[in-house]
Structures are given as C-alpha cells and as structure tokens.
Design a protein around this ligand. Structure first.
Ligand code: IMP
Ligand code: MG
Length: 214
C-alpha cells in the first residue's frame, strides 16, 4: 500500500501562515503537517479500510489518548461512506488507554490503563486506531495481548510512522504519513499532555522540551 512520505529535509510552513494558539507560539518552529492535509489523507484511509474490511462488522478500537482526534475524524469519513453508498459496514467503538512515554523517551514497559473488557473483542473484526508508531513496541504489545482474546481479524491503522533506527521493523496495515525522526506534537499528539490542543502537526523545539519537562 502507498503512504505519504514527509522527507527528512521537509521545511514545512511558517507558523504565521496558519492559526496556532498564542500559548504555543514560542514552542514550535514550523508546521510540518497542516490540519487540512491530515483530513484529506484520512478521507482516503477511510476508503481503503472500508474496501478491504468489506461489510463485516468492525469494532474500531481507539488507542487513547493520542489517537482520539484521528479516531474521530477517521470514523466520520467511514460514516460518510456508509451513508452514501449501496453497501455499508456496521461500526461499533471501543477505547483502550496505553502509556509508554515519559518526556520524549519511549520507556520499556507499556501499561494498559483503562478500557473495556478485551473479551468483548472475541470473534470480532477489530480495527486498531493509533496516532504514531515509533519503535513499534506499543503496537506489538497490544497485538499480542489482543490475540489472547481471539478476534476474527485485526487491522492496524496509524496516522504516522516514524523513520527511525529504533524501529523493531513492525509496520501497520495502513499508514497516513511516514515522518522524520523528530518529536511531533499536535492533532492530539502530546508532550507530557501539552499540545493536544493544537490542530496542526508540528516539530517540538528543544527549548519546549525543557520547558514542559516533568
Ligand atoms: P512506540 O511503542 O515506540 O512505537 O511508541 C508509540 C507511542 O509513543 C505512541 O502511541 C505515542 O503515544 C508515543 N509517541 C512516539 N513518538 C511520538 C511523538 O513524536 N510525539 C508524541 N508521541 C509519540
Ligand atoms: Mg499513542
């Protein structure tokens, strides 16, 4: 499958040409993926997913918190396809919360904190919706956890995949954008809970990493 490559030397856009919250102006250099481009790419991912997963009931599993914007927008596009075509696919939703990050470092333990009983996924077609895959550890852990509950099918869609030597080699079934090895925030991606309230995806400055450190 194709995905959209954001090259390592991508300059992006000056903050001033779009709308960025005043409280973050000092923390960001440039916009790397504008909100409109995220939406356009998401619309196409929705079409590819519906084409492949067919008319089987899909349980869309949102990986919180970073996945919530992408999840909501992706499901809106799937709903639009459902209500405007001759075939449609029933959708239900579920949420799981995972945590593996402290500051800008992936930690070795991936914790499941919250979510429904995973046993409700037994025999279902599950679409896992994630914000970003970096090392791949989070997704590999979640997939092996899920497999114990014997879902009928599992597909993974991640808005972003980072090009990094730290990758385990894991690749999601659907990828929105491949991005440079920098720490990205915005569109629900956070740095210690900040920057979820930013529409565009931006690269965090070193100064901001210091400022919001815990
Ligand atoms: P992985 O286990 O290394 O693949 O990391 C995946 C998780 O780390 C994602 O679900 C994110 O929550 C978080 N993460 C990785 N890179 C970034 C980033 O650049 N910005 C924000 N969160 C990130
Ligand atoms: Mg995440």
């Amino acid at each position: 499958l194709v995905n959209l490559d954001i090259p390592d030397d991508e300059k992006g856009y000056e903050l001033d040409v779009f709308c960025v919250p005043k409280h973050y102006e000092e923390d960001l250099d440039r916009v790397i993926i504008p909100h409109g481009l995220i939406m356009d790419r998401t619309e196409r991912l929705a079409r590819d997913i519906v084409r492949d997963m067919g008319t089987h009931h899909i349980v869309a599993l949102c990986v919180l918190k970073g996945g919530y914007k992408f999840f909501a927008d992706l499901l809106d596009y799937i709903k639009a396809l459902n209500q405007n075509s001759d075939k449609s696919v029933p959708l239900t939703v579920d949420f799981i919360r995972l945590k593996s990050y402290c500051n800008d470092q992936s930690t070795n333990s991936v914790k499941v904190i919250g979510g429904d009983e995973l046993s409700t996924l037994t025999g279902k077609n599950v679409l896992i919706v994630e914000d970003i895959v970096e090392t791949g550890k989070t997704m590999e852990t979640l997939l092996s956890l899920l497999s114990e509950y014997k879902p009928k099918m599992v597909k993974v869609v991640s808005l972003l995949v980072k090009r990094t030597p730290r990758s385990s080699g894991y690749r999601p079934d659907y990828i929105g954008f491949e991005v440079p090895d920098s720490f990205l925030v915005g569109y629900a991606l956070d740095y210690n809970e900040y920057f979820r309230d930013l529409s565009h995806i931006c690269i965090l400055t070193e100064g901001a990493k210091e400022k919001y450190k815990v």
